[in-house]
Design a protein around this ligand. Structure first.
Ligand SMILES: [Zn+2]
Length: 407
């Protein structure tokens, strides 16, 4: 079966599923012989939040099926509106028996209990939410719940302050312009800690290279755009992919850039490529996304299936535009000094770290660490410097384009 057929089959299954059940199945399997398998444990519940957005992540010891449902407020039993997730064939870790207070204006708390012998129910007590999404990520299996609040758009400044606002200067400075549109950029250095990422033949680690680039980007971007630049990590720490996305969303970033170095079994493969979140049937892109997601390629079809639903709210057009500008700038900057650098173009692929971001988001594969020539270059400050320059100019170009577009 070809990959596109597989995707079509998956979409078909989704259709059937939606029309036969109101529940959301984490995994599709045709037969159910695995019922005798040992149950999974719900091991952790974490959350990240700001007043407009909350991400809750439930971590499990293994794959599980789950369903979710929104319940109306029930004054008779003094229960607020709530969202629950039922996890089948699961048991609850004893550390999770206490409720977890959240109180961020969207959610009051998360609480978990052994609903029946085989079902763990996680309940989110709601204060006020506009919308939510529930989706699983694999290896390790976790259930992500993204909740958004009502936008605070209706808030107007008090009448007095409107009067004293001076008229806008005819030609605002670039910094002022940027201040209006791009206030915050989140830079994500891939991998870290126990996760080295790809490792070159000479032992160069992706996690070290991308951290160096990210730190350089923080410096140049804050200097040259005036935006606040936030790092998902600024040292050798492991951070789960869903947490990196949560950081970008809770910081309300206007741009999200995840920095990586590529690797391929084909040692001759080389060059620069930039990705945005999308479905794909390009097998090389799927293999790369599987590696960056730290999942088997088999799990990638599950992810493509989940993405069908999540893509509706993704900023796909803006992200692909950002990817194009950064890719073009990075390749031309590198080529000015290293004429043989290959530009492999802009591609869409399902990367976990880009799933659920609220802003234009891209993942840059700056060069191939698996290619011996590029591994040597990636270990040299001069090459790293050009990568930082190339990405910085690309982002500046994108910001400028946006400003022109709104004038
Ligand atoms: Zn990577």
């Amino acid at each position: 079966m070809t990959l596109s057929n597989k995707i079509l089959l998956t979409i078909g299954l989704l259709f059937i599923l939606l029309h036969t059940s109101s529940t959301h199945a984490a995994k599709i399997s045709r037969a159910q012989p695995a019922q005798k398998k040992a149950s999974v444990k719900v091991i952790n519940i974490k959350y990240w939040s700001n007043p407009n957005y909350t991400r809750v992540v439930i971590s499990l010891s293994g794959d599980a099926k789950f369903s979710h449902r929104l319940l109306k407020e029930d004054p008779k039993i003094e229960k607020p509106r709530r969202l629950y997730i039922d996890i089948n064939r699961a048991s609850l870790s004893s550390s999770l028996k206490q409720p977890i207070p959240i109180n961020d204006g969207l959610l009051k708390m998360a609480r978990a209990g052994q609903y029946s012998k085989a079902v763990v129910r996680v309940v989110l007590d709601i204060e006020s939410i506009e919308d939510y999404k529930v989706f699983p990520l694999a290896e390790p299996f976790r259930i992500v719940i993204d909740v958004i609040g009502k936008k605070q758009a209706g808030k107007l400044p008090p009448a007095e302050s409107v009067k004293v606002v001076p008229p806008e200067p005819a030609k605002p400075s670039l910094a002022q312009q940027l201040g209006l549109k791009i206030k915050r950029i989140v830079i994500d250095a891939g991998h870290g800690g126990k996760d080295s990422g790809a490792v070159g033949r000479n032992g160069l680690k992706e996690k070290d290279v991308v951290l160096k680039i990210a730190k350089g980007l923080q410096e140049t971007l804050s200097k040259e755009t005036g935006a606040e630049v936030v790092m998902t990590r600024d040292d050798d720490t492991f951070i789960p992919l869903e947490e990196r996305t949560a950081i970008a969303n809770t910081k309300e970033a206007d741009i999200f850039i995840s920095v990586h170095a590529n690797a391929s079994f084909n040692r001759k493969a080389s060059g620069v490529e930039t990705y945005f979140l999308n479905l794909t049937n390009d097998e090389t892109a799927i293999r790369l996304a599987a590696r960056e997601n730290a999942v088997s390629t088999k799990k990638m079809s599950d992810l493509q299936f989940i993405l069908n639903d999540l893509m509706k709210t993704a900023k796909t057009n803006e992200s692909s535009r950002l990817a194009a500008v950064v890719q073009e700038s990075l390749v031309s900057t590198l080529r000015a000094k290293y004429s043989d650098v290959r530009g492999n173009g802009v591609k869409g692929a399902p990367f976990y770290v880009l799933v659920g971001t609220h802003m234009p988001s891209i993942l840059v594969e700056v060069s191939f660490i698996s290619n011996s020539r590029e591994e040597v270059r990636l270990s040299e400050n001069a090459y790293i410097h050009e990568i930082i320059n190339g990405i910085t100019h690309g982002i500046k170009g994108y910001v400028k384009e946006m400003e022109v577009a709104v004038e």
